[in-house]
Design a protein around this ligand. Sequence first.
Ligand code: FAD
Length: 494
Amino acid sequence: MHYDLLIVGGGIHGAGIARDAAGRGLQVMLVEQDSLASHTSSASSKLVHGGLRYLEYLHLRLVRESLMEREKLLAIAPHLVRRKRFVLPYRNWLRPAWAVRLGLFLYDRLGRGSTLESSEHIRFASSVYGAPLRPALKSGFAYSDCTVDDSRLVILNAKDAALRGADVRVGHRLVRATRQGSEWRADIHCAATGASHVVNARVLVNAAGPWVAELLDGALGIKSRQPVRLVKGSHIVVNRLYEGEHAYALQHTDRRLVFVIPYLDDYTLIGTTDVPWRGAPGAVTIAPEETEYLCQVVNRNFERQIGPADVVWSFAGIRALQDDGSAKASAVTRDYVLELDAAAGHAPVLSVLGGKITTYRRLAELALEKLAPHLGRMREPWTSTTPLPGGDFAGGDIDAFIAVLRSRWPFLGEFESRRLAAAYGTRSLQLLERVQSRADMGEEFGGGMTRIEVDYLVREEWARSAEDIAWRHSKSGLRATAADLQRLRDYLGE
Ligand SMILES: Cc1cc2nc3c(=O)[nH]c(=O)nc-3n(C[C@H](O)[C@H](O)[C@H](O)COP(=O)(O)OP(=O)(O)OC[C@H]3O[C@@H](n4cnc5c(N)ncnc54)[C@H](O)[C@@H]3O)c2cc1C
């Protein structure tokens, strides 16, 4: 097995680089030890945003680039990325009004050319935005950003990479790689069969997320030049807190911003925390004090009070950030670093540190630019305008596409057709190809997930378990009962 590029890690960075490289005609292999998006890339706040908060740290380049990427992702993934209005209640003792006003002015200016609505001042007494808030909050600001289905963004990048010839292997772990002159010789272990494979590649990409330093130091035997800082962030999901599609960005006494975002019709997503992390990067969960903290932020701002008993789901993830020596975890830069280790005559390895879901596409472009001298001829950059699988509906108009689904399959309800359009875009036509009646969709496994969809996810999107299907390929797990999930496990033969 011989490749131009061996990419380690099936999160957003690995999948994004695989897609870009495969589309430029390179021979690509992507290995993911678990499932696609099974770690940090499914545990984000699900925002495609400039990062208003980064303005305070004067990270203007990052904000500008992120705002440019926001516009591009809206165009190439209109099924996954949605415009959203954010309301920021004003708290004088945390940040003076002029500072917030100036920040938002800059945010609008840095995103110039954007199709999103600009920011404005709001008096809560005369606005629906004030309705769920405590009476002490009299005014604030509204600004625009986007939300995204983070795990599906990863999966559809990997899908497109595979459609363009990449060899995508889930449940495959890179155990060790050694340089043999100008090539890498890598040992890959397959969890399902227990077999080991040897893969040769000209270039290795270390997109192992929280394992980035461990992979370099351990499996590759290279000392990293960049210190890495692991920071854990957690979210809670509660039943819908308020009416309306707008989100809130709440300032807390520690000067952090906590987002409160309407989630999947019936729920509200609240997060994140920023906690230094020193343990192993594997499965992480929210700590009780993080839940308390998030409830407290909500309770200081909303009339409706919540507590740990209201939490219907929670998740946590770990960022591997470039350690810039900041005292607080929340202050460490979210910008990315592409560290290239490429001594003359030695096969190169490029490691990805930091980064955001928002900037993954540009990061992939820059990664290939950096690797170009080692890869030889490849096609020009192409990902800024080419839709991701399913994102090719006319004018990016998802409502028009939902109407098409409903007219062709009238027995699909409003919720189901919207869910399918948002998850698969035009690929839902392929998913529903042979369906003429509801009975053709087969058994239901909760949350609207039916047998034909499960079959599709296994066949087309590397889904291997009920966990993959319920929490990464979809979020049917939020609505499914324990019995539904057990039937799904039985159906998959787990
Ligand atoms: C709490 C939180 C909130 C965030 N919110 C946002 C947000 O709203 N918007 C935004 O733009 N960004 C956000 N981010 C940042 C964003 O989520 C991350 O930058 C991004 O997901 C990192 O992706 P990754 O591909 O580098 O890592 P990961 O998604 O962790 O992927 C790395 C993969 O490598 C695999 N791997 C590791 N070692 C091996 C090996 N030896 N062999 C094979 N596979 C291996 C792992 O299994 C893993 O799946 C947030 C991050 C956190 C933690």
